[in-house]
Design a protein around this ligand. Structure first.
Ligand SMILES: Nc1ncnc2c1ncn2[C@@H]1O[C@H](COP(=O)(O)OP(=O)(O)OP(=O)(O)O)[C@@H](O)[C@H]1O
Ligand SMILES: [Mg+2]
Length: 332
């Protein structure tokens, strides 16, 4: 199966300002989102998942900036565009559900009004009240007839997230970026949201980038996954291959940290130690200080990307590769 590229990120580095110095939070990452797929990004807190996501539509926060690299979306490098050129893409071709939904909603406008205005913006003129109620119902929001008049501060975190998702889906985006969209939700609602996200890709022309701490979330909706650690992509490949035959010690321990991989809502916990701060990132493989199998070589250089031996290609498409000296394979 040939896969058509929607988004192609090449050698992206993102710096953050720490006490006046710009230090790399995301380091030379490259990856592709293909048309019609849900690509997952998984990794512990502080690994650079959100910064990676925010850089795509040019929404890096104050104190963070792209230092290097290209962001090709439908063949055009977004990294070279200014605010005015990026704005029309946001909320139309590229939609985003933020990890912190409350600040992204207008506090002075009811949830229903915000959805109705977005519908109007996208050419929906008639029966918008009914459409808003129907959309809210599909997102599992209780009593949408009442909720339509509620202001963001009257909604729970999970409700705000669902309103954000409603706003994000109205335009029929080519790329939906969802950063931890199920974290504040109970299991049933989380599943509803995930099925809406995977629904985006049903036609085969739209894609989603889904960020989650929760391995079971990634496993249930993504076709491929990137594993990030301390600003680096340490492993990537089809979900099935990565989960059944991890090719990086970090991934192996992440999976091992979860007693029952299918247990819903389980967050990543259990690898002794913590992700190093950006200022304290060790030389070589950033995981070397926590890795029980680290060798001398691991503190010398970050390993090259190598094809995982067990599986190089599968029908779902995509290569399984990692950067770990313990899993030698052909360099790619
Ligand atoms: N605006 C900022 N200014 C300074 N440092 C920042 C800024 N935003 C993020 N960072 C730092 O960059 C690193 C990566 O942050 P990021 O939010 O991308 O992590 P994450 O993988 O999304 O984590 P989480 O799972 O907790 O959401 C962290 O060390 C964070 O403290
Ligand atoms: Mg984040």
């Amino acid at each position: 199966m040939t896969m058509e590229t929607l988004l192609d990120i090449r050698n992206l580095s993102i710096g953050v300002n720490i006490e006046g110095s710009w230090l790399p939070a995301v380091l030379d990452i490259s990856f592709t989102v293909y048309k019609g797929e849900v690509l997952g990004i998984v990794g512990e807190s502080g690994c650079g998942k959100s910064l990676t996501a925010l850089s795509i539509p040019g929404l890096l926060p104050r104190g963070a900036r792209r230092q290097n690299g290209a962001i090709y979306f439908e063949g055009r490098d977004l990294a070279g565009l200014d605010e005015e050129e990026l704005r029309p893409l946001r909320g139309s071709k590229i939609s985003m559900v933020f990890q912190e939904p409350l600040p992204s909603l207008n506090p002075l406008m009811s949830a229903g009004r915000q959805i109705a205005e977005t519908l109007e913006l996208h050419g929906e003129k008639d029966n918008n009240r009914e459409k808003v109620i129907a959309l809210m119902g599909r997102l599992g929001l209780p009593e949408p007839e009442k909720l339509i008049n509620a202001y963001p501060h009257q909604l729970s975190g999970g409700m705000c997230q669902r309103v954000m998702l409603a706003l994000a889906l109205i335009s029929g985006p080519r790329l939906l970026i969802a950063d931890e969209p199920t974290t504040a939700l109970d299991q049933n609602t989380g599943e509803q949201i995930l099925s809406l996200i995977s629904g985006v890709t049903r036609e085969g022309t739209s894609s989603a980038l889904l960020i989650s701490h929760d391995l079971s979330v990634i496993q249930s909706v993504c076709s491929r996954v990137l594993v990030m650690y301390s600003g680096r992509i340490v492993e990537e490949g089809p979900v099935e291959a990565v989960f059944s035959r991890p090719a990086h010690e970090y991934t192996r321990l992440l999976l091992g940290a979860i007693p029952d991989r299918k247990r819903k809502g389980q967050r990543l916990a259990g690898i002794p130690g913590r992700v190093p701060s950006i200022a304290e990132r060790p030389a070589g493989c950033p995981f070397n200080k926590r890795c029980p199998s680290a060798q001398d070589l691991c503190s010398v250089a970050f390993p090259a990307k190598r094809r995982a031996k067990a599986l190089s290609e599968d029908a779902q498409g995509g290569e399984h590769s990692s950067r770990c000296v313990l899993y030698p394979g052909e360099e790619v």
